[in-house]
Design a protein around this ligand. Structure first.
Ligand code: PMP
Length: 463
């Protein structure tokens, strides 16, 4: 059998595939089908481009999994990791110790997040971040003497990760089906997905209010004294880049305040510049109590997640004895050092401001030019450098294809074969490139996306 060793001659793509099929279980994959087809082996990356083991150059329209915000190949991050690995590769902060990188990162996050966020708890991923957010929420209500507040409300077609709590919080049927038991006291309301779910006569504004008021109805059904928190992505990412109507978030915020329910914004995708604001709740203009962070925190160079805690939540916890929660790698020094270097690049190179004022508007207008009057595209949703492209049988009537997700997957695969990474979610196609993408690279992404979508629609006899 083939082996892959550093000193041996360069393995071929076939060698890699054989070993991968023999020993590697991929996330979110049909392993049988994948092993028969063979994975593409990604061997290096620079800027917004990836290279596979056959030498093909691929433009990454997804920034990995929405995470490589500063783009690939930044030496500053490699240097920060190397220096920290030599100085102090590991130490924990459990038992009366701390270390310079985690201190620097916390101070930096306090400066970058909105003013009320002054405390940060660290973990290794977005999923753990949401688990941690729930632990903090329960701790807060215990400190307030309101332990009866234990229900958490989330949304159908939301995504909050793949741990048991993360997957329970998420409203993905495909994940729930594979979980015989779930975390208790987590319930779901409908999503603010205007194109897909609004009745014909309702305006987006009225629909946004209607969906937000499902939260109020659910709180009243459970009893306000029993509801701890509402957890949601400011815009749904994995669910299809669904941007809620303008009326949605102000109404959600009003309801949370009225019934004394904590508001957790899952900023795992939206954080660190994706919409052109540092955090996507700022794009929508509301004030959450907790922020779940990951992905862009380190631009994916090393794993790290965090929860930002509003002072009104942090203060009672700080003065309420021991919090029995933490991970071996909470605040890992190498991850923290890389995060600081990454945040320095985002800040000092004006990357987020460029997304807001230059590349974001250019990306959005290019997509709307390409798809705005397209006979089979129902909407282009998004802001900054994230977009969802809705396939539609009839854009005007908002009717969808029965086999829309098959068409979207075929679009995705065709784009992939044409060396563009684009993602499919249901009957929507998703783009979320690195935040350093140039105008020329945006042109390449939009051209390739249009070509793949049109060719696929023709293949299905729909164009
Ligand atoms: N929340 C959101 C909004 C996400 O998009 C994701 C991952 N795509 C997660 C949580 C989970 O993060 P992780 O995969 O790092 O556990």
């Amino acid at each position: 059998t083939a082996t892959v060793q550093e000193s041996a001659p360069a393995p071929t793509t076939a060698d890699y595939r054989a070993l991968d099929a023999a020993h590697h279980l991929h996330p979110f994959s049909d392993m049988g089908a994948l092993n028969r087809a063979g994975s593409r082996v990604i061997v290096k990356a620079d800027g917004v481009y990836l290279w596979d083991s056959d030498g093909n150059r691929i433009i990454d329209g997804m920034a990995g999994l929405w995470c490589v915000n500063v783009g690939y190949g930044r030496q500053e991050l490699a240097q920060a990791a190397y220096r920290q690995l030599r100085e102090l590769p590991y130490y924990n902060t459990f038992f009366k110790t701390t270390h310079p990188p985690v201190i620097a990162l916390s101070a930096r996050l306090a400066a970058l997040t909105p003013a009320p966020f002054k405390h940060f708890f660290y973990c290794n991923s977005g999923s753990e971040g949401n688990d941690t957010a729930l632990r903090i929420v329960y701790r807060y209500w215990a400190a307030q003497g309101k332990a009866s507040k234990k229900y958490v409300i989330a949304r159908k077609n939301g995504y909050h990760g793949s741990t048991i709590a993360g997957a329970t919080l998420g409203g993905m049927d495909s994940m729930h089906e594979q979980m015989p038991s779930k975390v208790e006291h987590i319930v779901h309301i409908d999503q603010p997905y205007f194109f897909g779910e609004a009745p014909a006569q309702l305006s987006p504004e009225a629909f946004g209010l209607e969906r937000a008021r499902q939260l109020e109805a659910k709180i009243l059904e459970l009893g306000p004294d029993n509801v701890a928190a509402f957890v949601a992505e400011p815009f749904q990412g994995a669910g299809g880049v669904i941007f809620p109507p303008s009326t949605y978030w102000p109404e959600i915020e009003r309801i949370c305040r009225r019934y004394d329910v904590l508001l957790v914004a899952d900023e795992v995708i939206g954080g660190f510049g994706r919409t052109g604001k540092w955090f996507s709740h700022q794009h929508f203009g509301f004030e959450p109590d907790l922020l779940t962070l990951a992905k862009g925190l380190t631009s994916g160079y090393v794993p790290m997640g965090a929860v930002a805690v509003h002072e009104r939540v942090a203060a009672p916890i700080v003065e309420n004895g021991e919090f029995n929660h933490g991970h071996t790698y909470s605040g890992h020094p190498v991850a923290a050092a890389v995060a600081v270097a990454n945040l320095t690049l985002l800040r000092d190179e004006g990357i987020v401001e460029r997304v807001e004022h230059d590349t974001g508007p250019y990306f959005q207008s290019s997509l709307r030019e390409a798809f705005g009057h397209h006979p089979r595209i129902g909407e282009v949703a998004g802001a900054g450098l994230v977009a969802g492209i809705q396939l539609a049988q009839s854009p005007r009537e908002r009717t969808r294809f029965a086999n829309g997700s098959d068409i979207a997957l075929a679009c995705r695969d065709r784009a992939f074969n044409g060396n563009l990474i684009m993602r499919a979610s249901g009957d929507r196609l998703i783009l979320s490139p690195p935040l350093v993408v140039s105008h020329a690279e945006i042109d390449e992404i939009v051209d390739k996306a249009k070509h793949a979508i049109d060719a696929t629609l023709r293949q299905f006899g729909l164009l």
